[in-house]
Design a binder for this molecule. Structure first.
Ligand SMILES: Nc1nc2c(ncn2[C@@H]2O[C@H](COP(=O)(O)OP(=O)(O)OP(=O)(O)O)[C@@H](O)[C@H]2O)c(=O)[nH]1
Ligand SMILES: [Mg+2]
Length: 319
Protein backbone atom coordinates (compact mmCIF):
# COMPACT_ATOMS: atom_id res chain seq x y z
CA UNK A 1 0.00 0.00 0.00
CA UNK A 2 1.42 3.38 -0.97
CA UNK A 3 2.06 6.15 1.51
CA UNK A 4 -0.77 8.15 0.04
CA UNK A 5 -3.13 5.32 0.80
CA UNK A 6 -2.12 5.40 4.46
CA UNK A 7 -2.74 9.14 4.40
CA UNK A 8 -6.13 8.64 2.80
CA UNK A 9 -6.94 6.08 5.47
CA UNK A 10 -6.07 8.58 8.17
CA UNK A 11 -8.31 11.11 6.45
CA UNK A 12 -11.16 8.64 6.78
CA UNK A 13 -11.35 7.60 3.15
CA UNK A 14 -13.56 4.50 2.95
CA UNK A 15 -11.92 2.99 -0.11
CA UNK A 16 -8.52 3.33 1.52
CA UNK A 17 -9.94 1.66 4.64
CA UNK A 18 -11.42 -1.22 2.66
CA UNK A 19 -8.12 -1.67 0.82
CA UNK A 20 -6.15 -1.61 4.07
CA UNK A 21 -8.40 -4.30 5.57
CA UNK A 22 -7.94 -6.48 2.51
CA UNK A 23 -4.19 -6.01 2.91
CA UNK A 24 -4.13 -7.11 6.56
CA UNK A 25 -6.34 -10.09 5.74
CA UNK A 26 -4.01 -11.23 2.96
CA UNK A 27 -2.00 -14.37 3.56
CA UNK A 28 0.76 -13.47 1.11
CA UNK A 29 4.12 -12.92 2.78
CA UNK A 30 4.83 -9.63 1.07
CA UNK A 31 1.37 -8.36 2.01
CA UNK A 32 1.95 -9.35 5.62
CA UNK A 33 5.03 -7.16 5.71
CA UNK A 34 3.25 -4.24 4.08
CA UNK A 35 0.37 -4.68 6.51
CA UNK A 36 2.76 -4.62 9.45
CA UNK A 37 4.38 -1.41 8.19
CA UNK A 38 0.97 0.18 7.72
CA UNK A 39 -0.22 -0.87 11.18
CA UNK A 40 2.88 0.60 12.78
CA UNK A 41 2.40 3.81 10.86
CA UNK A 42 -1.20 4.28 11.94
CA UNK A 43 -0.76 3.05 15.53
CA UNK A 44 -0.52 6.55 17.05
CA UNK A 45 -3.96 7.31 15.59
CA UNK A 46 -5.66 4.28 17.10
CA UNK A 47 -7.44 3.54 20.36
CA UNK A 48 -9.93 6.38 20.30
CA UNK A 49 -13.14 4.44 19.93
CA UNK A 50 -15.58 2.47 21.97
CA UNK A 51 -15.42 -1.15 20.87
CA UNK A 52 -18.71 -2.93 21.39
CA UNK A 53 -19.17 -6.68 20.91
CA UNK A 54 -22.63 -7.93 19.99
CA UNK A 55 -23.53 -11.59 20.12
CA UNK A 56 -26.63 -13.78 20.27
CA UNK A 57 -28.07 -16.93 18.81
CA UNK A 58 -29.17 -16.96 15.14
CA UNK A 59 -32.43 -15.08 14.74
CA UNK A 60 -32.20 -13.15 18.01
CA UNK A 61 -32.14 -9.93 16.02
CA UNK A 62 -28.46 -8.96 15.84
CA UNK A 63 -28.69 -7.45 12.37
CA UNK A 64 -31.91 -5.62 13.18
CA UNK A 65 -30.44 -4.38 16.46
CA UNK A 66 -27.20 -3.18 14.87
CA UNK A 67 -29.18 -1.37 12.20
CA UNK A 68 -31.26 0.48 14.82
CA UNK A 69 -28.33 1.05 17.16
CA UNK A 70 -26.07 2.18 14.32
CA UNK A 71 -28.67 4.61 13.00
CA UNK A 72 -29.04 6.08 16.49
CA UNK A 73 -25.28 6.61 16.70
CA UNK A 74 -25.23 8.20 13.26
CA UNK A 75 -27.98 10.57 14.37
CA UNK A 76 -25.75 11.53 17.30
CA UNK A 77 -23.01 12.46 14.85
CA UNK A 78 -20.87 9.37 15.35
CA UNK A 79 -19.01 7.37 12.76
CA UNK A 80 -19.86 3.68 13.08
CA UNK A 81 -18.02 0.61 11.85
CA UNK A 82 -19.57 -2.85 11.89
CA UNK A 83 -17.26 -5.84 11.67
CA UNK A 84 -18.18 -9.50 11.74
CA UNK A 85 -16.40 -12.46 13.25
CA UNK A 86 -17.56 -15.80 11.92
CA UNK A 87 -17.70 -18.68 14.30
CA UNK A 88 -15.60 -21.66 13.30
CA UNK A 89 -18.72 -23.79 13.51
CA UNK A 90 -20.26 -24.58 10.15
CA UNK A 91 -23.71 -24.07 11.66
CA UNK A 92 -23.82 -20.47 10.54
CA UNK A 93 -22.72 -21.48 7.07
CA UNK A 94 -20.00 -18.96 6.38
CA UNK A 95 -20.17 -15.23 6.23
CA UNK A 96 -22.49 -13.42 8.57
CA UNK A 97 -23.47 -9.96 7.54
CA UNK A 98 -23.92 -11.49 4.13
CA UNK A 99 -27.40 -10.13 4.56
CA UNK A 100 -26.49 -6.48 4.25
CA UNK A 101 -30.15 -6.01 3.40
CA UNK A 102 -30.95 -6.29 7.10
CA UNK A 103 -28.85 -3.19 7.58
CA UNK A 104 -30.26 -1.44 4.60
CA UNK A 105 -30.43 2.02 6.11
CA UNK A 106 -27.10 1.81 7.87
CA UNK A 107 -25.27 0.51 4.81
CA UNK A 108 -26.38 3.60 2.90
CA UNK A 109 -25.01 6.03 5.49
CA UNK A 110 -21.85 7.89 4.65
CA UNK A 111 -20.69 7.65 8.26
CA UNK A 112 -21.20 3.90 8.50
CA UNK A 113 -18.75 1.28 7.37
CA UNK A 114 -19.91 -2.32 7.22
CA UNK A 115 -17.37 -5.04 6.67
CA UNK A 116 -18.47 -8.65 6.32
CA UNK A 117 -16.19 -11.37 7.55
CA UNK A 118 -14.05 -13.26 5.04
CA UNK A 119 -15.67 -16.65 4.60
CA UNK A 120 -12.65 -18.97 4.70
CA UNK A 121 -11.16 -20.06 8.00
CA UNK A 122 -7.78 -19.00 9.30
CA UNK A 123 -5.01 -20.79 11.05
CA UNK A 124 -5.85 -21.65 14.61
CA UNK A 125 -8.44 -19.00 15.24
CA UNK A 126 -11.84 -17.68 14.40
CA UNK A 127 -10.92 -14.04 14.67
CA UNK A 128 -9.34 -13.56 11.25
CA UNK A 129 -7.74 -10.14 11.47
CA UNK A 130 -10.46 -8.45 13.45
CA UNK A 131 -8.10 -6.86 15.96
CA UNK A 132 -6.04 -5.30 13.18
CA UNK A 133 -9.23 -4.23 11.44
CA UNK A 134 -10.40 -2.48 14.61
CA UNK A 135 -7.16 -0.47 14.62
CA UNK A 136 -7.61 0.46 10.96
CA UNK A 137 -11.15 1.68 11.62
CA UNK A 138 -9.90 3.74 14.55
CA UNK A 139 -7.24 5.28 12.34
CA UNK A 140 -10.03 6.24 9.95
CA UNK A 141 -11.70 8.02 12.90
CA UNK A 142 -14.63 5.69 13.54
CA UNK A 143 -16.03 6.46 16.98
CA UNK A 144 -17.91 3.26 17.70
CA UNK A 145 -16.80 -0.12 16.43
CA UNK A 146 -19.33 -2.90 16.63
CA UNK A 147 -17.99 -6.42 16.38
CA UNK A 148 -20.74 -8.90 15.64
CA UNK A 149 -20.59 -12.63 16.11
CA UNK A 150 -23.13 -15.43 16.15
CA UNK A 151 -23.48 -16.96 19.59
CA UNK A 152 -22.41 -20.45 18.68
CA UNK A 153 -18.99 -21.98 19.10
CA UNK A 154 -15.99 -20.18 20.49
CA UNK A 155 -16.23 -16.85 18.74
CA UNK A 156 -17.88 -15.10 21.70
CA UNK A 157 -14.73 -15.61 23.74
CA UNK A 158 -12.62 -14.19 20.94
CA UNK A 159 -14.84 -11.19 20.55
CA UNK A 160 -15.07 -10.55 24.29
CA UNK A 161 -11.27 -10.45 24.34
CA UNK A 162 -11.11 -7.61 21.82
CA UNK A 163 -13.89 -5.23 22.87
CA UNK A 164 -14.50 -2.77 25.69
CA UNK A 165 -18.12 -3.69 26.17
CA UNK A 166 -19.70 -7.06 25.44
CA UNK A 167 -23.41 -7.13 24.80
CA UNK A 168 -25.39 -10.35 24.62
CA UNK A 169 -28.75 -10.23 22.90
CA UNK A 170 -31.44 -12.60 24.16
CA UNK A 171 -34.98 -13.46 23.24
CA UNK A 172 -37.83 -13.35 25.74
CA UNK A 173 -38.39 -16.90 26.92
CA UNK A 174 -40.48 -18.72 29.42
CA UNK A 175 -39.87 -21.82 31.49
CA UNK A 176 -36.27 -22.79 31.92
CA UNK A 177 -34.99 -19.26 31.49
CA UNK A 178 -31.32 -19.99 31.44
CA UNK A 179 -31.60 -22.77 28.92
CA UNK A 180 -30.59 -20.76 25.91
CA UNK A 181 -27.56 -19.19 27.49
CA UNK A 182 -24.27 -20.89 28.02
CA UNK A 183 -23.11 -20.37 31.56
CA UNK A 184 -19.77 -18.94 30.49
CA UNK A 185 -21.45 -16.26 28.44
CA UNK A 186 -23.05 -14.83 31.54
CA UNK A 187 -19.58 -14.20 32.92
CA UNK A 188 -18.42 -12.55 29.71
CA UNK A 189 -21.38 -10.24 29.29
CA UNK A 190 -21.37 -6.60 30.36
CA UNK A 191 -25.06 -6.51 29.50
CA UNK A 192 -27.83 -8.90 28.62
CA UNK A 193 -30.34 -7.19 26.37
CA UNK A 194 -33.61 -8.98 25.81
CA UNK A 195 -34.69 -8.06 22.32
CA UNK A 196 -38.15 -8.44 20.78
CA UNK A 197 -39.80 -6.86 23.81
CA UNK A 198 -42.76 -5.80 21.74
CA UNK A 199 -46.33 -6.81 20.92
CA UNK A 200 -47.45 -9.92 22.75
CA UNK A 201 -43.93 -10.51 24.13
CA UNK A 202 -43.70 -7.43 26.34
CA UNK A 203 -44.74 -9.21 29.54
CA UNK A 204 -42.63 -12.24 28.84
CA UNK A 205 -39.63 -10.04 28.14
CA UNK A 206 -40.11 -8.28 31.46
CA UNK A 207 -40.34 -11.61 33.27
CA UNK A 208 -37.17 -12.75 31.53
CA UNK A 209 -35.42 -9.56 32.55
CA UNK A 210 -36.19 -10.16 36.23
CA UNK A 211 -35.05 -13.77 36.03
CA UNK A 212 -31.79 -12.93 34.30
CA UNK A 213 -31.14 -10.16 36.75
CA UNK A 214 -31.63 -12.58 39.64
CA UNK A 215 -29.32 -15.09 37.99
CA UNK A 216 -26.65 -12.42 37.59
CA UNK A 217 -26.99 -11.36 41.21
CA UNK A 218 -26.23 -14.93 42.20
CA UNK A 219 -22.90 -14.72 40.40
CA UNK A 220 -21.68 -12.05 42.87
CA UNK A 221 -19.66 -9.83 40.58
CA UNK A 222 -16.93 -8.06 42.49
CA UNK A 223 -15.71 -5.53 39.94
CA UNK A 224 -16.98 -1.97 39.59
CA UNK A 225 -19.57 -3.09 37.06
CA UNK A 226 -22.36 -5.59 37.53
CA UNK A 227 -23.77 -6.70 34.17
CA UNK A 228 -26.99 -4.88 33.38
CA UNK A 229 -30.11 -6.56 32.15
CA UNK A 230 -32.53 -4.64 29.99
CA UNK A 231 -35.16 -5.07 27.30
CA UNK A 232 -35.51 -3.48 23.89
CA UNK A 233 -37.23 -3.84 20.58
CA UNK A 234 -34.89 -3.45 17.65
CA UNK A 235 -37.81 -3.76 15.27
CA UNK A 236 -39.79 -0.96 16.88
CA UNK A 237 -36.71 1.04 17.76
CA UNK A 238 -37.71 0.99 21.40
CA UNK A 239 -35.21 1.49 24.25
CA UNK A 240 -32.23 1.53 21.91
CA UNK A 241 -31.18 4.91 23.35
CA UNK A 242 -31.13 3.33 26.80
CA UNK A 243 -28.69 0.69 25.58
CA UNK A 244 -26.37 3.39 24.31
CA UNK A 245 -26.75 5.41 27.52
CA UNK A 246 -25.74 2.31 29.49
CA UNK A 247 -22.62 1.83 27.36
CA UNK A 248 -21.69 5.49 27.80
CA UNK A 249 -22.15 5.10 31.58
CA UNK A 250 -19.87 2.10 31.53
CA UNK A 251 -17.31 3.93 29.44
CA UNK A 252 -17.00 6.91 31.78
CA UNK A 253 -17.05 4.78 34.91
CA UNK A 254 -14.38 2.48 33.48
CA UNK A 255 -12.23 5.42 32.41
CA UNK A 256 -12.61 6.95 35.84
CA UNK A 257 -11.64 3.75 37.65
CA UNK A 258 -8.72 3.10 35.32
CA UNK A 259 -10.20 -0.24 34.32
CA UNK A 260 -10.73 0.87 30.73
CA UNK A 261 -7.03 1.28 30.11
CA UNK A 262 -6.16 -1.80 32.17
CA UNK A 263 -8.59 -3.98 30.26
CA UNK A 264 -7.15 -2.92 26.92
CA UNK A 265 -3.61 -3.50 28.17
CA UNK A 266 -4.56 -6.99 29.30
CA UNK A 267 -6.21 -7.66 25.95
CA UNK A 268 -3.01 -6.61 24.19
CA UNK A 269 -0.98 -9.01 26.32
CA UNK A 270 -3.42 -11.76 25.41
CA UNK A 271 -3.23 -10.76 21.75
CA UNK A 272 0.55 -11.07 21.88
CA UNK A 273 0.21 -14.58 23.27
CA UNK A 274 -2.20 -15.55 20.50
CA UNK A 275 0.06 -14.09 17.83
CA UNK A 276 2.98 -16.08 19.19
CA UNK A 277 0.99 -19.29 18.91
CA UNK A 278 -0.13 -18.37 15.41
CA UNK A 279 3.45 -17.67 14.36
CA UNK A 280 4.70 -20.96 15.78
CA UNK A 281 2.00 -22.80 13.88
CA UNK A 282 2.92 -20.95 10.70
CA UNK A 283 6.58 -21.83 11.13
CA UNK A 284 5.68 -25.47 11.60
CA UNK A 285 3.64 -25.48 8.42
CA UNK A 286 6.20 -23.61 6.36
CA UNK A 287 9.36 -25.37 7.50
CA UNK A 288 10.65 -27.38 4.50
CA UNK A 289 12.44 -29.96 6.66
CA UNK A 290 9.30 -30.59 8.63
CA UNK A 291 7.24 -30.80 5.46
CA UNK A 292 9.70 -33.34 4.12
CA UNK A 293 9.86 -35.65 7.11
CA UNK A 294 6.27 -35.33 8.31
CA UNK A 295 4.75 -38.09 6.13
CA UNK A 296 7.47 -40.54 7.20
CA UNK A 297 6.94 -39.85 10.88
CA UNK A 298 3.20 -40.06 10.47
CA UNK A 299 3.59 -43.47 8.78
CA UNK A 300 5.76 -44.63 11.67
CA UNK A 301 3.13 -43.55 14.16
CA UNK A 302 0.42 -45.29 12.15
CA UNK A 303 2.32 -48.58 11.89
CA UNK A 304 3.39 -48.44 15.52
CA UNK A 305 7.15 -48.04 15.08
CA UNK A 306 7.13 -44.63 16.72
CA UNK A 307 5.09 -43.13 19.52
CA UNK A 308 3.10 -39.97 18.75
CA UNK A 309 5.09 -38.22 21.46
CA UNK A 310 8.48 -39.09 19.99
CA UNK A 311 7.39 -38.07 16.50
CA UNK A 312 5.91 -34.77 17.64
CA UNK A 313 8.99 -34.01 19.71
CA UNK A 314 11.26 -34.65 16.73
CA UNK A 315 9.22 -32.27 14.58
CA UNK A 316 9.15 -29.53 17.18
CA UNK A 317 12.89 -29.77 17.71
CA UNK A 318 13.36 -28.94 14.02
CA UNK A 319 12.09 -25.36 14.38
N1 LIG B 1 -40.85 -8.71 16.98
C1 LIG B 1 -39.58 -8.46 16.77
N2 LIG B 1 -38.91 -9.09 15.79
C2 LIG B 1 -37.62 -8.80 15.60
C3 LIG B 1 -36.92 -7.86 16.41
N3 LIG B 1 -35.64 -7.82 16.01
C4 LIG B 1 -35.54 -8.67 14.98
N4 LIG B 1 -36.72 -9.28 14.73
C5 LIG B 1 -37.00 -10.26 13.69
O1 LIG B 1 -36.31 -11.46 13.95
C6 LIG B 1 -35.85 -12.04 12.74
C7 LIG B 1 -34.36 -12.24 12.81
O2 LIG B 1 -33.75 -10.97 12.90
P1 LIG B 1 -32.22 -10.73 12.47
O3 LIG B 1 -31.90 -9.32 12.78
O4 LIG B 1 -32.00 -11.19 11.09
O5 LIG B 1 -31.49 -11.70 13.47
P2 LIG B 1 -29.95 -12.13 13.52
O6 LIG B 1 -29.61 -12.34 14.94
O7 LIG B 1 -29.14 -11.15 12.75
O8 LIG B 1 -29.97 -13.51 12.77
P3 LIG B 1 -28.74 -14.30 12.08
O9 LIG B 1 -28.05 -13.30 11.18
O10 LIG B 1 -29.39 -15.40 11.35
O11 LIG B 1 -27.85 -14.79 13.17
C8 LIG B 1 -36.28 -11.12 11.62
O12 LIG B 1 -37.47 -11.60 11.07
C9 LIG B 1 -36.51 -9.80 12.33
O13 LIG B 1 -37.46 -8.99 11.70
C10 LIG B 1 -37.67 -7.19 17.44
O14 LIG B 1 -37.17 -6.35 18.19
N5 LIG B 1 -38.97 -7.53 17.56
MG1 LIG C 1 -27.82 -11.33 11.09
Amino acid sequence: MSASNAEKLLQGNRRALAKAITLVESKLDRHRQQAQTLLEEILPSTGNSIRVGVTGIPGVGKSTFIEAFGMLLISLGKKVAVLAVDPSSPVAGGSILGDKTRMELLSREENAFIRPSPSEGTLGGVAHKTRETILLCEAAAYDVIIVETVGVGQSEYEVASMVDFFLVLMVPNAGDELQGIKKGIMELADALVINKADGASVTLAEQSRVQYRNAINLLHFTGFWTPKVMTCSALENDNIEAVWAMIVDYYFAALDKGTFVKKRAKQNAEWMRRLMHEMVELRLEQNPDIKHIYPQLEAQVVNGTSTPYAAAKRLIDMI
